[in-house]
Design a protein around this ligand. Structure first.
Ligand code: NAD
Length: 374
């Protein structure tokens, strides 16, 4: 690390490629997961927790979301040292009322807490047809689509709204300073015989903050129309997101993305968790996530032939003439499935800054990870 930062966003973006150079190097998924597991255990996680978190992070890399892959460890490690992220915690049911299920996370690893909370919601939906889950007080839950996949794999539909409580990153529509998190939304529908599971999963900002970190690591500018600098002027420099005061991401699709981001915080923050993204809850040393999710059994949703109707809809939409340069119409989740196949075969292309960061975090904990990352 070039210097010590309290802010985990800045910490994660502070690494330079050094001996790893500026190109991309492919690393096998299983070797990357082993490196992540060793780091997590050295930072206090039991073996089972280290495996769940490492697998989640590497799965994000495999699916092409490097913003939520192993690079997140640079944010987690300082948060653990500061006592803001607590290893070896589990999801606890704190209340049930009719379909409502409230689960607490005790500031534990979100990858563990949200997975366990989603499992509780699935169990309830199996029994009653429906669970309305309020997950509160969890550290960063990572790629929200993984919980969508957990639900779709169990034959359930999931609608998830997540708030991100840390220093704000996203300007409201017509605003010039950040006020909101990148508040992601996920809608997941199980596979039918003809259609793979549909996994819609994205941040309500024009891009995720982690994509700015990845661009910095690669020495790239961002596309136009995504970022404002500290004065509220348009910029392509991803570095503005890691300065104090920071610049701002624009919301996805102007007023529409702003509205979605706000509603994520209304549902997950104000209604479900008592942790809206306001200054009294924002601590830049940690990234908390609260999630409001509806999980239900589609077989009990009122249309016995939902799968046939879904297949007909998807086939109709797929059968659209494509724009110049486009190969085919893809359904939500398909780009990730393709990237996963490719990265399992060819390795995960990691930039030098991320490799140097893993190496450095390892050395700080007496681990030699160089061979795993070579
Ligand atoms: P993104 O902009 O890459 O959009 C991803 C979604 O769009 C997926 O559903 C994907 O299948 C679909 N998609 C992409 N290309 C497509 C195409 N050509 N045709 C059809 N569909 C297509 O995602 P993002 O906004 O950068 O978010 C990345 C990840 O970051 C997500 O997994 C999200 O959950 C995660 N995230 C997490 C947090 C948190 O605090 N935990 C915050 C923000 C984002």
């Amino acid at each position: 690390m070039t210097e010590t930062h309290k802010d985990p966003f800045a910490a994660a973006a502070s690494f330079t490629a050094g001996v790893y150079g500026t190109g991309l190097r492919p690393v096998r998924a299983e070797r990357l997961a082993e490196a992540a597991r060793r780091l997590l255990q050295a930072a206090g996680s039991e073996a089972s927790e280290a495996a769940v978190v490492a697998d989640h992070l590497v799965e994000a890399n495999l699916r092409g979301h490097d913003s939520h892959g192993v690079g997140m460890l640079a944010m987690y490690m300082p948060a653990i040292a500061a006592g803001l992220l607590r290893p070896n915690r589990h999801a606890t049911v704190i209340g049930r009322s009719g379909p409502f299920l409230a689960v607490g996370g005790d500031s534990g690893y979100g990858q563990v807490i949200a997975r366990e909370a989603t499992e509780l919601a699935i169990e309830q939906a199996r029994q009653d047809g429906l669970a309305v889950l309020s997950l509160r007080d969890s550290h960063h839950i990572g790629r929200v689509g993984s919980y969508g996949e957990q639900c779709s794999g169990a034959g359930m539909v999931m609608l998830a709204f997540v708030n991100v409580v840390t220093r704000p990153a996203v300007a409201p529509h017509d605003g010039t300073r950040p006020r909101l998190g990148t508040n992601p939304i996920c809608i997941a529908v199980p596979a039918t015989q003809a259609t793979p599971a549909l996994i819609l999963d994205f941040a309500t900002s024009a891009v995720a903050v982690g994509k700015c970190r990845v661009a910095m690591g690669k020495g790239q500018e961002m596309a136009p129309g995504l970022l404002l600098d500290q004065q509220g002027d348009p910029t392509r420099d991803p570095g503005v997101m890691f300065q104090d005061p920071s610049g701002a991401l624009l919301p996805l699709g102007g007023h529409k993305g702003f509205g979605l981001a706000l509603m994520c915080d209304v549902l997950a923050g104000a209604l479900a968790s008592a942790m809206p993204g306001t200054p009294s809850h924002q601590d830049s040393g940690r990234v908390m996530n609260n999630m409001f999710a509806i999980v239900f059994d589609p077989a009990r949703g009122g249309n016995a032939q939902w799968a046939a109707d879904l297949d007909e809809l998807v086939a109709y939409v797929r059968d659209t003439p494509t724009a110049p340069g486009a190969e085919a119409i893809q359904m939500p989740g398909e780009p990730e499935t393709r990237t996963r196949r490719q990265r399992l075969a060819d390795g995960i292309p990691l930039d030098g800054a991320t490799l140097a960061m893993l190496d450095s975090l390892g050395r700080e904990r007496g681990l030699a990870l160089g061979d795993l990352l070579a």
